[in-house]
Design a protein around this ligand. Structure first.
Ligand code: SER
Length: 323
């Protein structure tokens, strides 16, 4: 029997593409998308959809019971930059939604959970280059604190109650479908949109700020493979380090310039610079590679090619749309 899946936060940057992928694998009717509102109409109209506030335990529980859900992907969260503006809201959403699904698994309503962690669990006292799986984690953002604490609770629920919860420390994710919202790594998406629309971009991080990043296709592949891996291969029940590429604003700018030679950039660091400065520049993900065979496909130039091709198609579609 095919798995019945609920995706919470399905209208977000990762949720949108994860929903499509999981529906390809499991069938449209076996993947229930949910979000707090219907902001992504393409997604809402593409299969079963429910409005769910991730902070509402009963709403999640009722949905799981109504659809016989066995697996939940909890993608709803407030990210790093928004979390600094609304610290209590970030704590409330990021922690309570996690407890809700962990407790549903503990109580036997669901069997399996995917919950994303982040490179934000690391802080200024973490080794910056090739950050190991097991290392000092003293995050300085509210978002990072919620992810670090969440990792501890995931491991606790696995050890104590045998909950099958799996997690990845996502780096910055670059994609051309749904926009990211409220993150520090968002510049690496915005830059492509502005390159195509305006030919110029004002970057909110300084030119040599190196951060770990990944193209969406790799992030989705990792998520699916981690969830498909046999339980005995999953030795980390907090969250796996995961890496693909690391680059600076200057390097992504140069990669885009190969396609758009007149593209220009200026740098105007804001409060997000301090967040970026507290995070690693590159990640050692050898444990994920060893445990469940993780391999990435996209380097910077391959990603740039894919981003530009797809965004140009979107611009053409909009231009040819009669109003
Ligand atoms: N992309 C996230 C952020 O910038 C990091 O997980 O907040």
């Amino acid at each position: 029997m095919s798995s019945k899946i609920l995706i919470i936060g399905a209208c977000g940057q990762i949720g949108t593409e994860l929903t499509t992928k999981l529906r390809e694998i499991h069938g449209v009717d076996n993947v229930i998308a949910s979000d707090i509102n219907t902001r992504n109409l393409d997604l809402v109209n593409s299969g079963p959809f429910e409005i769910i506030d991730a902070k509402n335990f009963n709403a999640i529980k009722d949905c799981c019971k109504n659809y016989n859900i066995d697996t939940v992907y909890l993608m709803a969260a407030l990210l790093s930059a928004t979390g600094e503006k609304y610290p209590m809201e970030a704590w409330d959403l990021n922690m309570n939604s996690l407890f809700h699904v962990l407790n549903l698994a503990k109580g036997g309503t669901i069997k399996k959970i995917f919950w994303p962690s982040s490179i934000a669990v690391f802080g200024p006292s973490t080794p910056r280059d090739n950050t190991p799986q097991h290392t000092t984690c003293e995050p300085t953002t509210v978002y990072g604190i919620t992810k670090q604490v969440g990792e501890r609770w995931c491991e606790y629920y696995h050890k104590k109650y045998d909950v099958d919860v799996r997690s990845i420390r996502y780096p910055g994710i670059i994609s051309h479908k749904a926009m990211p919202g409220g993150g520090t790594t968002d510049y690496a998406v915005e830059i492509y949109h502005e390159a195509i629309k305006e030919g110029t971009y004002e970057c909110f991080l300084s030119e040599n700020t190196e951060l770990p990043m990944m193209f969406m296709d790799d992030a989705i592949k990792a998520t699916v493979e981690l969830m498909q891996a046999p339980a005995e291969k999953i030795n980390i029940r907090s969250a796996y380090n995961l890496a693909a590429i690391s680059f600076t604003p200057k390097q992504i700018f140069e990669s885009i310039k190969k396609h758009i030679p007149d593209f220009t950039i200026t740098y105007k660091p804001d409060f997000r610079q301090a967040i970026a400065d507290s995070w690693p520049s590159s990640i050692d993900d050898s444990v994920a590679r060893k445990d469940w065979g993780w391999q990435h496909d996209f380097d910077l130039d391959k990603m740039t090619q894919e981003m530009i091709e797809n965004l140009e198609k979107q611009v053409c579609r909009v231009d040819f749309n009669p109003r």
